[in-house]
Design a binder for this molecule. Sequence first.
Ligand SMILES: C[S@@+](CC[C@H](N)C(=O)[O-])C[C@H]1O[C@@H](n2cnc3c(N)ncnc32)[C@H](O)[C@@H]1O
Length: 269
Amino acid sequence: MTSEPGFQLSGDAPERYESHVATIMAPFVAALLDAARPEPGDAVLDVACGTGFAARAAADLVGADGNIVGVDVNPGMLAAAGAHTPDAAPLYWNQASADALPFDDAAFDVVVCQQGVQYFPELDAAFTEFARVLRPGGRVAVTAWASIDGSPFFLAQRLAIDEVAGPKVAASYATSFSCTAKRIAAAMREAGLDEVRTRELQVMIKLPPLADFAPAHLSALPWASAVAEARRDGIRKATETLCELLGPFTASDGTAELPFTSTVAAAVR
Ligand SMILES: C[S@@+](CC[C@H](N)C(=O)[O-])C[C@H]1O[C@@H](n2cnc3c(N)ncnc32)[C@H](O)[C@@H]1O
């Protein structure tokens, strides 16, 4: 690798990620697996698995005769994934980088990657690896946040981070929205994958009362420390700004229902 991977959490942040990010990820995990179609008995690789949202959902589809391997560069994410593995589920966790997968050629029926590709320093090398470890006819599906304008919660979060921690931190946050459908499709084709297709999926998600959810969610992201260090009341100020910006989406009980938008891309080996 030529540079450090993005989206790195440490300490107890992976546990907070597991608790506070699940609500937003759930519909996109469903779309990812719908695009990849794991079947009973399949071997599935979840790249950049994090705490295991997609891997656990895939385990329900492949059943006892299948198996799921989750890989991630971050040992803290893998430890949280291990702690949340249901008893007897055919789930295995492995520390590895997406661009150097420690598996034989054609070892998997399905490769998935949920909100990971935008953080890979070597995107083309990663897709080459996805294609290498897939058997001929195997399926790959990935999701990556689309333009931030399609996700008002993230837009408000970026503005709040900018206000408190400054444009450099906000620009780092914005990398989450930097990997376009066109770029993903090009990397898939370059890797020799066929039947490449992409779509933009927008779903409405109801969030718990924002005054509590916004700081909890931010605490599960790599940019939280910069916000907290920028000023003593950084997290409170960022929460205040976000809640104010999302006023039009917020109900009288503090909950908010907003659109979230992601690219869903799929291909066949
Ligand atoms: C936003 S999280 C997504 C985690 C999980 N897929 C999910 O749906 O919640 C991004 C993940 O990508 C991982 N990551 C970043 N660069 C990576 C790389 N080069 N290889 C493997 N994992 C990587 C991070 O450690 C982090 O767990």
